[in-house]
Ligand binder design. Sequence first.
Ligand code: PLP
Length: 419
Amino acid sequence: MRLSAFGEKFFSGAGILSLMDDLGKAMADGGSIMMGGGNPGHIREIEEVLRQRLLELASDEQALRKLIGVYEPPCGDRTFCCALADLLKRQYGWAISEENICLTSGSQSAFFLLFNLLAGRTREGGQQKILLPLAPEYIGYADLGIDSDLFLSIRPKIEEIGERYFKYRVNFEKIVLGPDIAAICVSRPTNPTGNVLTDAEMRKLSRLAKEHGIPLIIDSAYGLPFPAMIYTEAAPFWEPHLVLSMSLSKFGLPAARTGIIIADAPLIRLLSGANAVINLASCGFGAMLTVDLVASGEIIRLSNEVVKPFYEQKMKLALAAVEEQFTGFPYRIHIPEGAMFLWLWFPDLPISSRTLYERLKQRGVVVVSGDSFFPGLAPGWQHIHECLRITYAQDELQVRRGIGLIAEEVQAAWKAAQH
Ligand code: PLP
């Protein structure tokens, strides 16, 4: 079989593929501790709300037909988009309408479309890029470019906080927005670190994007207004040069594959066109399940009162387990301000984080090696080989055991290095 350059991408061990592969295997063998992927936890109260809604839809002939028997338009279920536009107008005063909203089959596919619509080779033979101003960034972006070298990312400033914590900050002095930068993109909260860029950092990035006439893409898969997995102060905001990506996955519907893009109407039309070519129609399942929650604003209440405390509590337990079990070696934790991850930094670790990841896999603990999260960063920074991402969304006892095994492996690595 002779493959195109595009085809070969999927053969050559794309980071997200090996991550999903490891997760799949760990799920299948059942004995592993899953602290690797981004699967959300299972929240009873949310499941119950969705179960009721599903029962209502299934017992209403018209609704059932729409649920399973109709192609939605490529920009997605209009009733849902109108309800969401109204909610955002009411809640935040944003000047948007359904013309500013497109639904996609998960936000992952929205990023594939958006990045390749904006960046890559141009007709004139140039090469446009997406700037990721705060490395580390979401592993799922890394392999999305049809052309190679789609990303340029910037080494952050590291602010050490107390004995045990740190926070990455955008290094604005290093940002150069040349004509090759087609858009800026940040996840907020950040996957993998749980960082929440401050309002001041966001305003500064937004101003830079506006001055250069390019979009600022904000990936709010864990953020505001839902699922609201933010444990610090942060304000949502909207301007016409922003592209806000949201998702129903972390609210509790990863299987319904619903991504939501809010942007200026011309970009939304372009995105809908690309979505029509690739997917024909958007999946309406998540939109139909949640449209009433969106219309009433209940989705925001549930996010703030159920989803957020669920993860915040898990975060606190995971932190306590780290503080208790990590002894005898240097480590720092990125301040966990959002999402469902702890980002652990082991300064001067005598083995690479990838070796640590392999050893942990042998011991039945699935985590993600930190070096997977630096797409577009110039080589030569030792720090990227000293970090691990762990997910604390699953069972608390398992997470605690996993953290204990990480401690053992790091202790063993230091011990071996001292002999
Ligand atoms: N963005 C971030 C930061 C994520 O962590 C994820 C998934 O985990 C996605 C986007 C894609 O999510 P989905 O395609 O389920 O909407």
